[in-house]
Design a protein around this ligand. Structure first.
Ligand code: OAD
Length: 243
C-alpha cells in the first residue's frame, strides 16, 4: 500500500504539510459536499453559502448552519483526525491545513491548524466584525444580533469571498517549504486550496493523496493511495514508527 520511497521520505522529513477536506470527517458521519450523498446534491450552495443569500434570507442561512452545527455537535473525531494529531508531534515542522469548518481536528487534539474556510463554531458580526464564540446558537430561533445592532453570521468563507489572508499565505509557505505533502479527503476542486498540493510538488515536495477515489490532482502528484483516511492514516503512523 505504501511505497518504500514514500515511507523513506516521511521517515527522514523535517517539514511535513497536510491538506484535509470533507473526506477526513466522512467516517465521523459528517457529509461531504460532492459525490453521491454530498450536501451540494441536496442543497444549493448559491442559496446558502454566499453573502447575497444571507442578506436576502438570513433566517434560512442561519437555519442551514444550525442544522450543520447540530450535526457536528453529535459527531466525534475518527482515527484519521487522531492520527494527524499524533503526527503533529512526530515532525519538527508539521503544518495542518484544513478546508473543513467542523472543528474536529481541534477536538482530536491537533494544536496548530490553518483553517482556510473558517470555523462553523465561531460567529461574526457583519457590521463591526466582532467575533462571538460561545453563543447558544442551537436554540436561537431567529438570527442573533450583535451588541452594535448588526446581524451575526457564521465565521466561514462563502462563495465569492476572500480567504483569510494570513491563513492562505501560511498555507502556501508550508506547501513551498515542506518535503512531504499529504492531500487527504479532498476532491481538490475548490481554489485556492486545490493549488496547494500542486505548488508543493512544483517546489520539490513528495506529494501523496489519500482518498477513496482518484481526484482532479491525481495525475500531477507522486502517489495516490486509495482507501479511507480513517484506516490509512493510522497504518501510515505504524509504518513510520517501524525501525
Ligand atoms: P468534497 O465533498 O468536494 O470532496 C470530499 C472528498 O473526500 C472526495 O474526493 C471523496 O472521494 C473523499 N472521501 C470521502 N470519504 C472519504 C474517506 N473516508 N476517506 C478519504 N477520502 C474520502 O469536499 P472538499 O474537497 O473538502 O467550501 O470541498 C472543498 C470545499 O468545497 C469545502 O471546503 C466547501 C465546499 O464548497 C466552502 O464551503 C467554502
Amino acid at each position: 500500500m505504501f511505497s518504500t520511497k514514500f515511507i523513506e521520505k516521511l521517515k527522514h522529513a523535517q517539514k511535513v504539510a497536510v491538506l484535509t477536506g470533507a473526506g477526513i470527517s466522512a467516517e465521523s458521519g459528517v457529509p461531504t459536499f460532492r459525490g453521491e450523498d454530498g450536501l451540494w446534491n441536496k442543497f444549493r450552495p448559491e442559496e446558502l453559502a454566499n453573502f447575497n443569500a444571507f442578506q436576502k434570507n438570513p433566517k434560512l442561512v442561519w437555519e442551514w448552519y444550525n442544522y450543520r452545527r447540530k450535526l457536528i455537535h453529535e459527531v466525534k473525531p475518527n482515527p484519521g483526525h487522531f492520527a494527524l494529531a499524533e503526527m503533529e508531534q512526530m515532525f519538527p515542522v508539521f503544518t495542518l491545513i484544513t478546508q473543513n469548518v467542523d472543528n474536529l481536528h481541534r477536538v482530536a487534539g491537533s494544536q496548530i491548524i490553518i483553517e482556510l474556510h473558517g470555523n462553523i463554531m465561531r460567529n461574526r458580526c457583519v457590521d463591526c466584525n466582532k467575533i462571538y464564540r460561545e453563543i447558544d446558537i442551537e436554540f436561537e430561533s431567529s438570527v442573533p444580533v450583535c451588541r452594535c445592532g448588526g446581524l451575526m453570521r457564521p465565521d466561514v468563507v462563502w462563495f465569492g469571498e476572500m480567504l483569510p489572508e494570513d491563513a492562505i499565505l501560511c498555507a502556501f509557505q508550508a506547501a513551498q517549504e515542506c518535503e512531504v505533502f499529504l492531500s487527504v479527503g479532498t476532491s481538490a476542486l475548490v481554489q485556492p486550496a486545490a493549488s496547494l498540493p500542486i505548488e508543493a510538488h512544483a517546489s520539490g515536495a513528495f506529494v501523496v493523496e489519500i482518498n477513496v477515489e482518484r481526484t482532479a490532482i491525481s495525475r500531477y502528484i507522486d502517489e495516490s493511495i486509495i482507501g479511507k483516511s480513517g484506516e490509512i492514516l493510522p497504518l501510515l503512523i505504524n509504518k513510520i514508527k517501524e525501525k
